[in-house]
Design a protein. Structure first.
Length: 232
């Protein structure tokens, strides 16, 4: 059973320009974030690990700007977002129901970056009433660390045990506290890394950190970063 679908239009591999647009889409969002939100987050999560670190940081910034409704100067992340689809290739992504489960069918014939951008721009076209829920799910997707498999749907829908049995609510609470976030925070990957770098800098004896505690503190910070980014 088809639950949601999105067609992303993008430059062909041999084209000298880098463009991305939205084609046909069906993104149900009731109740929010809905099947449409899960599909958009699934597209992002399915490709984000293939991006270079600098592009992932830029993606975090773009997601923030899109949620706020900020004007997006083009091009962004090396691609120009447009409405014209003439001459553009297409990638077709679907979320389908399989019995009582869901599965992502991601089209992988195109380049990675246009797929991620298409999902983010599609989220910005949703109604304001559901946009907050969908963008929270997109931020969660940026922290996915594995492949597109059955664990990903569990991760996006909140079933933590399906992808990382060791990671408990206590683990995450501890990690947020160590890095100085509020207990209910859901920081982006960029925010986690920025906070980690800042606290590592401050923990070093050369910058005022206690020399007899530096090693333990750095180990703590590193473990907290790994828990929040799920990169063990």
């Amino acid at each position: 059973m088809l639950l949601a679908e999105l067609e992303i239009r993008h430059s062909r591999a041999i084209a000298p320009t880098r463009r991305v647009a939205l084609g046909d889409l069906w993104l149900p969002t009731e109740p929010a974030p809905g099947f449409g939100g899960i599909l958009l987050a699934g597209i992002l999560a399915g490709y984000v690990n293939q991006l270079e670190d600098d592009l992932r940081d830029e993606l975090d910034s773009l997601v923030d700007d899109l949620e706020r409704g900020a004007r997006i100067a083009q091009p962004r992340l090396r691609h120009r977002f447009q409405t014209d689809v003439v001459g553009l290739d297409r990638s077709h992504h679907r979320l389908v129901g399989v019995g009582e489960s869901m599965a992502l069918e991601l089209d992988d014939h195109g380049a990675v970056l246009p797929q991620v951008l298409g999902a983010a721009y599609a989220a910005s076209k949703l109604s304001y009433r559901v946009r907050g829920s969908v963008f929270r799910l997109l931020r969660r997707a940026t922290r996915w660390h594995a492949d597109n498999d059955e664990r990903l749907i569990g991760y996006l829908t909140g079933d933590e045990a399906s992808y990382r049995p060791w990671r408990t609510a206590h683990d995450e609470y501890w990690a947020l506290k160590v890095l100085g976030f509020k207990p209910d925070a859901d920081p982006t990957r960029s925010a986690v890394l920025a906070r980690f770098r800042q606290r590592i800098f401050n923990a070093h004896p050369d910058h005022g950190g206690a020399s007899d505690q530096a090693s333990e503190r750095i180990t703590e910070l590193t473990q907290a970063k790994r828990i929040l980014l799920a990169d063990l």
